[in-house]
Design a protein around this ligand. Sequence first.
Ligand code: SF4
Length: 441
Amino acid sequence: MKKVYIETMGCQMNKSDTERMLGMLSHLGYEETKDSEQGDLLIVNTCSIRQLSEDKAFSQLGVWGKRKQANPSLKIGICGCVAQQKAKSIFKRAPYVDFVLGTHKIYALPEIIERINKGEKVCECTETNTTEDNLAKNFEIKRVKGVNAWIPITEGCNNFCTYCIVPYTRGRERSRLPELIIKEAKDALNAGFKEITLLGQNVDSYGKDFKDRNYRLADLLRELNAIEGKFRIRFVTSYPTDITDELINTVVELDKVCEYFHIPMQSGSSAVLKAMNRRYTRETYAKIVKKVRDMVPDVTITSDFIAGFPGETEEQFEETLSAIDEFELDYSNLAAYSPREKTVAAKWVDKFIPEEVKDERFQRLNKKVQENCLKSNLKYVGREMEVLIENFYEHKGKMINTGKTRNFKTVHIPCDRDLTGEFVNAKITGTKTWYLQGEIK
Ligand code: SF4
């Protein structure tokens, strides 16, 4: 069998696309290898959210390009958001690349492999329509063995936040058909997965684009919850103003749907939110978070923030720090602002914040997130919680099982037996900044 190595960068959506590509390639006689040196086909699945990840992708291609000089039969491909954005120009920068595959065309991979094997150079980066998309997403998935299966339910985004490249690389929002999602979920559960995470840039608007049915995320959750067996369901990411009361009630009512919401706020300042083209103010976000907390006991709410958005003043930045405290956000992903080609904010060069100021704000945000994460964890010390074990490893001579509670807290449990994939009841005995410590009851 030939071997394929895929280097996956960026978000869970890319990880899911990698699984789909591995599924297609297995039909063409390719077996996955985790060692790029062993690969006959090398693919980098790229992310263009930040300049750093884009640079990393090209440096990876450079290394492989050198290897190809010694082994001309080696095939090299690039896919994901950078491929979608840069298309044919990639051949100029990296002439040893055999194919460039955009985010809308992954279903064309088998045909592309056939063509590159005949010596052609191929670029497939145009957008597709919904029918083609559904076709694309119906390919067999070769899931990376594990506990959690990621299932995309929407692709693309209509929000056009002024800093974000996603609407340009992933296109407008399209919902996948519920029957495909349910089949994928059943297949994953039959294969032994214990958790389903529904993925999308904005999962709460799932189904808005269906012309032939009135079917939304809450309906999908109900159908998935009705599948027999013990497993958990999660969904990410939520756009604040799209979270409906019906959805929150569904989380409360359905036993398999976990008490966890990822609700990116991006900035604590209403003025910055307006400049970002986010459709809410600090006050609106506060109301949404309060409602979720009031309705869902023990809920974990996580968020995303950007430090140093163009024009952000020190006072506006401090509003972000105070928002993390005021809304008791349990954890937040952070990024320093990075201008992305094509986006509106990238043109506001005169408002760019100096790198050292951005870095300093990023560090202060990081400290705030750490404090709040610890504070949030402390609430659970002494409690008994159900943990789904995801990993088993050795640390300083001790064997540790790590897993997640329903509300997405990581728990480390010392135990000599590998419990991966099992649900265990743990007594929470202590906490560190990023994780809880527990023992099996
Ligand atoms: S909601 Fe905004 S930040 Fe999120 S993917 Fe869409 S455009 Fe990007």
